[in-house]
Design a protein around this ligand. Structure first.
Ligand SMILES: [Zn+2]
Length: 488
């Protein structure tokens, strides 16, 4: 079998069903979180990889029935294989509030799991040491769980810097539209782009997220808006997610905007999404969630409801772009239908704040989009005071939030949205993990959690949102492996 990793998505998909590729990749295949593989060949359980500098590495695959998860479980409670020590602070994120602060702590991991967070003076003795174990020096920085970004759009063709320039000059939406800008320009570029181009761009976006400390992200389709094209976007996410250190939770966003060919037939497009896209994406296991954009000029509450009924029937979780510019009562719909999250919420009503708090629907706030679109800040304080689970996302996308810095979102939340530093940390760890059904697995540092963590060069956890715009992440560990290391 000859597999060209980023060129033939279907073949990689078949391979990745048998193996969790990222757990098996040799260290050489990754550099600063960047995937260096240009081609791969599988022969008799030997995976031969060609790297971007022309060299080749070979790695042996275990029998397909022995999954990495099983191997992990077997070693999970035994010996330390990675010790992260000399931290001024460890943020475990345990407990219902605050950051679960452990001063002068160390994190001990075994294989892909955390064994425990222990005092520094017992770092090397708290657990039996594995024959092969690595010690990573946090150099007096802080150690946190790998960050979780609950809202990204990392698969797209083209980019819109010219449009950004026009907006900066105060040109109107209509002028930008006439010049070929807006979301439909991304739809055109995405439809024209090859699978390879989309996969490479997606991998680059995930690497940017990783460089800021993100180890798990939610990621949406939504820039093709045809049946096959939306499935292709989800296949890009699966292919790249299987090869990249960042874990990807995929979401179908067929109802992102009305495609031009359906301009006069919006009911037909809603029907296409509900009756064909959703069941196909769910049946092929391409996504865990279904999202829609409920907004004036996008989709109405009734149209979203039609799509959500289909998504729920297909077994998908629900997420919703709601109340970004106007109050469409989308958040109430999300709450009533048991959605995992309602996102944006700049224009949410007080009644809807209470509704999503009561329903346990996570409020995913996107300060980057509010900043870029010059919207009022979403009412984080009201949501938190009402008891809502509040998460922060980058909304990484080419139109309204071209950033991959989740720490910058924390800074904006602290400086402009009335959130405390502690709340901002929870909003990029525990809260988004819960909204993705991953609480316990990521977003915290505790025994049994996935060994995803970040070392920030910072004397105190408040330093990260305080010293905004700079990247303080120095080391990122994913599933027990150091995938980014840039101590200087
Ligand atoms: Zn979005």
């Amino acid at each position: 079998m000859n597999v060209d990793v980023l060129h033939r998505g279907g073949a990689v998909k078949a391979l990745s069903r048998l193996y969790r590729l990222k757990d098996l990749l040799p260290a050489d295949a990754l550099q600063d979180g960047r995937l260096r593989i240009t081609a791969a060949e599988l022969e008799d359980r030997a995976l031969r990889l060609s790297l971007d500098d022309g060299t080749e590495v070979t790695t042996a695959l275990p029998p397909a029935e022995t999954t990495t998860e099983t191997t992990t479980e077997a070693t999970a409670e035994t010996e330390a294989t990675l010790i992260v020590r000399n931290a001024a602070q460890v943020l475990t994120m345990e407990g219902d509030h605050g950051v679960g602060l452990v001063e002068h702590g160390a994190v001990v991991c075994s294989g892909h799991r955390v064994l425990g967070v222990v005092p520094e003076d017992t770092a090397m003795t708290a657990f039996p040491l594995g024959q092969q174990h690595a010690v990573v020096d946090a150099q007096g920085g802080i150690v946190t769980p790998g960050l979780v970004d609950p809202h990204t759009h990392p698969v797209f063709g083209g980019e819109r810097s010219v449009e950004f320039g026009m907006k900066a000059e105060g040109r109107s939406y209509l002028e930008i539209h006439k010049a070929g800008g807006g979301i439909l320009s991304t739809v055109r570029s995405t439809r024209e782009a090859s699978f390879t181009t989309l996969a490479q761009r997606c991998a680059k976006n995930l690497s940017h997220l990783l460089s800021w400390g993100v180890t798990t992200c939610e990621a949406k389709s939504g820039y093709d808006l045809t049946l096959e094209g939306e499935l292709r976007m989800l296949e890009v996410l699966r292919t790249v997610g299987d090869c990249h250190p960042v874990d990807v939770v995929a979401t179908l966003l067929g109802a992102h905007t009305l495609p031009p060919e359906y301009a006069d037939r919006r009911e037909a497009y809603v029907e296409l999404v509900a009756a064909e896209m959703v069941p196909r994406a769910a049946a092929e296991g391409l996504c865990a969630y279904c999202d829609a954009y409920c907004e004036d000029g996008a989709f109405t509450r009734a149209e979203v409801e039609r799509i959500f009924v289909a998504a729920r029937a297909a077994g998908l979780g629900l997420r919703l772009h709601a109340e970004q510019f106007t109050d469409q009562r989308g958040a109430e719909l999300a709450a009533a239908m048991g959605a995992a999250s309602a996102d944006h919420l700049e224009a949410i009503s007080p009644e809807a704040v209470a509704a999503i708090a009561a329903a346990g629907t996570t409020a995913v706030l996107l300060p980057g989009a509010a900043l870029a679109c010059r919207c009022p800040w979403p009412p984080a304080r009201d949501l938190l005071d009402a008891g809502a689970n509040v998460a922060l996302g980058t909304d990484l996308n080419p139109g309204s939030s071209m950033t991959s810095s989740l720490p910058l979102m924390m800074s904006l939340a602290c400086m402009q949205m009335g959130m405390s530093c502690e709340e901002s940390w929870r909003a990029v760890t525990r809260a988004p993990a819960a909204s993705l059904g991953l609480d316990g697995r990521c977003g915290r540092l505790a025994a049994g959690a996935q060994a995803d963590l970040v070392i920030f060069e910072a004397p105190d956890y408040r330093y990260v949102p305080y010293h905004y715009g700079d990247n303080h992440a120095r080391v990122v560990v994913k599933s027990g492996h150091v995938v980014v290391n840039r101590w200087s």
